[in-house]
Every structure is written in structure tokens, then in C-alpha cells.
Ligand binder design. Structure first.
Ligand code: ADP
Length: 501
């Protein structure tokens, strides 16, 4: 395991894109920040500045919200037929497919993730999300409801419901899957007929800004999608608090999710949240151990553990504990850590200096509390934000590394003896986002799945996502569901219409 940080070997379209300071998208035009300020985004593989980005703040958010308001209240978007909206969303998906290489490269440069993964997962999943949501644009139906109204005997009524868009949506997204998170948010909002102000994470604004260009190329009317990069405490907070925003949809940390809820109280805008996790991944002794070992390694190390649903608590039935832990540690040691641009790289750097410090800090705390690393355990190299894929043992539920979300490639392995004592331990965190179960006993698998307080349970697999499958959290992992038909609940509201005949 060594760090390989190659010089850029990127195509000229990407080089041109990052060469110029990037503007923000407001009302169909690319504009500078009202303040004229810019902020840098860094290449996590080198720590060097990658590009300069217009720094959105309250004034820019305000302009973007006004544009979204106009496009919703009186603009062409609200007058377009569902079919026309669906076609535009589908076209955007096609444009993503046409620009896979370019978008994947931007993602790798900005976020650090392996290009092979950005190309195979991030961009195709984003395109698929838009395509899936394009189909929903024409299928948001109300119902007719037979009503009785006991206090108007003899009267007849025709009652029905309409499903209407919520309105102007503020969307605040994180840096771990920058393009995909934009697609998860924009897809259902657009399918429902809402207009949007999107704030990408300050660490990774590039792919969202390129997406903005593709949105214009697809032919979305001005003001339907506005993209304002900037910092969370300024641009993000202004968006969450804005009185002309009807709903805020947030993905990020539980800590900031709580701030969003507070910020939303001014006009009681609707709120949906997709937050942190500390997901249990349970390996039973009767599982196919080779598959469970490979799956458990991927559950934590995929995207460098920078997944809200990462399987970061590995519960292993005691008789197979050593074998599974050794197997996962062996997989960790085989991971090729390096610049995401290198074709052999399977794990890139963490996204930022701050993330590197955070993960290293947790490793130090874990060791001080008695944990032992059987693989990894420290920072890697002197350049860029690399950390070793780490498997910790000698851990117990009271430790910070078992309770708190590390958001890095660090798994805490813990033995268990039987299902009865496992269940309360597996559920013993403030989170409830996801869980994994590995066993050949299907009956046991479904009983355990029913007992886990989590929004997603994977059985004999992990990190399987599909645009049709709802995703979201129990407990402090969030409010509402992304994807699937469930997400449309977040972007539509029901109007009951009652007519006396
Ligand atoms: P992380 O800690 O992993 O960076 P955050 O929850 O801080 O995750 O960030 C997720 C998103 O929330 C980013 O777009 C960030 O800019 C934004 N954000 C951070 N703080 C706030 C805030 N106070 N109000 C609104 N958005 C915020």
C-alpha cells in the first residue's frame, strides 16, 4: 500500500473548465457573486488549489430564490405539461451519459474518489435517477374519494385530490457524492414541478456547476434550477432561513440537520433531512464467509467510508470473529490507495484536510480508549489527504469510535454471541440509516431485518442503491425518504377539492 499521486492527465474540456473562475447559475445566466468574492476548491490528492468559484452569500441566495419564485409562480415551468417536463429531465439524463468521462473526471479531481468508481457508479447512477424521475412527471395523480358527510343528509358530493408541487425548494447537499446527491435532489423536485435553488458543498462544487451547464443545454427554462455555491454558514444558512422558500431538503451531518430545522421555523417551510449514520453490519457464522468478508470490507471502504450508510460497526458472531476480522483486514491491506486519476487506485484521498484531521483524531481517541488496529490506523504519505483503511478490534459500544460517525475508512469490529443480545446492541446508537446482515438462514435474516431500527437493510449485500428504492433514516438519521416513489411525497402536497352536486 503506497500513495501514488500522479500529475494531472485530464482531457482539455476538464482543464478548460477548471482553468476559469466558475460563476453561479441564477435565472438562466452565469453570474459572479454580488460581493465579487471567490473561494478555492482543492484537489484532495495534492492539497493544491484546483479552481476558483464564485462565493455565494445572502444576496446571491436572495436573487436565486427570486428567480425560482418567478419561474414557479408565473414562469413557463408551472405552465408546462408534465410530459414536457418529463422530456427535459430525460434529456438531461442523456446529456449526463454523453459526458460521463468529463463529469467523472471533475468528480475525481474535486472529491478525490477513484475515477474508475466515479465513471462506473456516480455518473451512471445520477443519469439513472433523472431517467427514473422523468417517468414520474406524468404519473403524479390524485384520487376520487367517496364521502358521506353525516351532518348533510341527502347531499351528494364529488370529492377528489390534486397532487401539487410544494413550490420553491432550497436544496443543500454534501461532498461525498457531489453529482449523485444533486441528482437525488433535483430529479424529484423537477418531476413534481417545483423550482430549485441548489447549494453544493463548498468542498466539491465543480460537478454541480457543470451539471448547471447541461441543464441549460437541455433547455430548462430560466430560473427553474439555480445553483449557488458557497459556504454552509453563509449561503446554506441563508437558503434554509429564506422566507420565500417553501421547503428545504438537506443531506449532510446530523449536527447541521438540526440547524436547518431551527432555520426553517421562520416561515415553517417543509423540511426533509438525510443525515448521518453508524450502521451495523452483522455477520452470522452460517453466512458464506468469503462473500461476507468481501462485502463487509466494501461496506466500510467504498467511497473511503465517506458514506452516511457505511457499515462502520462490524458485528461478527464469536466463533467466526477472528476469521472475518482477519479477512476484512487482509482486504484492507490490499486496497490500492492513491490519486483517484491513477487507473489502479481503488481508494483515493479523503475530501479535505479537515476530514483527514477528523478521521485521524478519531483513530487517536480510539487507540487511547483501548482499540487496536489490525490494519491501517494512521495517515498515509505527506502530500494530500490520505488515510490507511483501518480495522479496529478491542472495541466496545461505550467507545466514541463505535458511537460516533467517523465518515472515513475505519470499521470497529465487535463480537456477539446470539441474536437476542445482538439486537439491542446493534440498535444502540442515535442513528438508524442502514444495516447489513450476512447469513444463509433466510428466516433469521428477515427476523433480524424486522428488528433493526434502520431505513435500509441489506441482506447478503451492501451499498446497493437504485433510483426506485427508497433511502432514508430512522431516529436521528433523518426525516423523509430519498428516491423511489416515496420521495415524491416530499415535493408534492395534496389539495382536497369537494363539490356539492
Ligand atoms: P460535513 O460536516 O460532512 O461537511 P455538513 O453537514 O457540514 O457536512 O455539510 C453538508 C452541507 O451543508 C454542505 O453543503 C454545507 O455547506 C452545508 N452547511 C453547513 N453548515 C450549514 C448551515 N449552518 N446551514 C446550512 N447549510 C450548512
Amino acid at each position: 500500500m503506497g500513495v501514488a499521486v500522479s500529475p494531472f492527465q485530464i482531457d482539455s474540456r476538464v482543464a478548460d473548465f477548471i482553468d476559469k473562475p466558475r460563476k453561479m447559475l441564477i435565472d438562466g445566466k452565469w453570474v459572479n457573486a454580488a460581493s465579487g468574492k471567490t473561494f478555492p476548491t482543492y484537489n484532495p490528492a495534492t492539497g493544491e488549489v484546483l479552481a476558483q468559484i464564485a462565493e455565494g452569500d445572502r444576496a446571491d441566495i436572495d436573487a436565486a430564490v427570486k428567480a425560482a419564485r418567478k419561474a414557479f409562480d408565473s414562469g413557463p415551468w408551472s405552465r408546462m405539461t408534465p410530459s414536457e417536463r418529463g422530456k427535459l429531465i430525460w434529456k438531461l439524463a442523456d446529456l449526463l451519459d454523453e459526458h460521463v468521462e468529463e463529469l467523472a473526471t471533475l468528480e475525481t479531481l474535486d472529491n478525490g474518489k477513484a475515477l474508475t468508481i466515479a465513471r462506473a457508479a456516480d455518473v451512471p447512477l445520477a443519469a439513472d435517477m433523472f431517467r427514473y424521475m422523468a417517468g414520474w412527471a406524468t404519473k403524479l395523480e390524485g384520487t376520487t374519494i367517496p364521502i358521506s358527510v353525516p351532518y348533510t343528509p341527502g347531499a351528494q358530493y364529488l370529492a377528489y385530490t390534486l397532487r401539487e408541487p410544494v413550490g420553491v425548494i432550497g436544496q443543500i447537499i454534501p461532498w461525498n457524492f457531489p453529482l449523485l446527491m444533486a441528482a437525488w435532489k433535483l430529479g424529484p423536485a423537477l418531476a413534481s414541478g417545483c423550482t430549485v435553488v441548489l447549494k453544493p458543498a463548498e468542498q466539491t462544487p465543480l460537478s454541480a456547476l457543470r451539471l448547471g451547464e447541461l441543464i441549460l443545454e437541455a433547455g430548462f427554462p430560466d430560473g427553474v434550477v439555480n445553483i449557488v455555491p458557497g459556504y454552509g454558514e453563509t449561503a446554506g444558512a441563508a437558503l434554509a432561513a429564506h422566507d420565500a422558500v417553501d421547503k428545504v431538503a438537506f443531506t449532510g451531518s446530523t449536527e447541521v440537520g438540526k440547524l436547518i430545522v431551527h432555520a426553517a421555523t421562520g416561515n415553517l417551510k417543509k423540511v426533509s433531512l438525510e443525515l448521518g449514520g453508524k450502521s451495523p453490519n452483522v455477520v452470522f457464522k452460517d453466512s458464506d464467509l468469503d462473500t461476507a468478508i468481501a462485502g463487509s470490507a466494501s461496506a466500510i471502504f467504498f467511497n473511503h467510508g465517506q458514506c452516511c450508510c457505511a457499515g462502520s460497526r462490524l458485528y461478527v458472531e464469536r466463533p467466526v470473529f477472528d476469521r472475518v476480522v482477519d479477512g476484512v483486514a487482509a482486504q484492507a491491506k490490499k486496497i490500492k490507495v492513491g490519486s483517484g486519476l491513477e487507473p489502479e487506485t481503488s481508494m483515493g484521498p479523503l475530501v479535505s484536510e479537515e476530514q483527514l484531521q477528523r478521521v485521524c483524531n478519531y483513530l487517536e481517541i480510539g487507540m487511547a480508549e483501548g482499540a487496536k488496529a489490525v490494519s491501517g490506523g494512521k495517515k498515509l504519505g505527506n502530500k494530500g489527504y490520505f488515510v490507511e483503511p483501518t480495522v479496529l478490534v478491542n472495541t466496545k459500544e461505550s467507545m466514541k469510535v463505535v458511537q460516533e460517525e467517523i465518515f472515513g475508512p475505519v470499521v470497529a469490529a465487535i463480537p456477539f454471541d446470539d441474536v437476542e443480545e445482538l439486537m439491542p446492541r446493534a440498535n444502540d446508537t442515535v442513528y438508524g440509516l442502514a444495516a447489513g446482515i450476512w447469513t444463509k438462514d433466510i428466516s433469521k435474516a428477515h427476523k433480524v431485518a424486522a428488528g433493526l431500527r434502520a431505513g435500509t437493510v441489506w441482506i447478503n449485500c451492501y451499498n446497493i442503491f437504485d433510483a426506485a428504492l427508497p433511502f432514508g433514516g430512522y431516529k436521528q438519521s433523518g426525516w423523509g425518504r430519498e428516491m423511489g416513489k416515496d420521495v415524491l411525497e416530499l415535493y408534492t402536497q395534496t389539495k382536497a377539492v369537494c363539490t356539492r352536486l
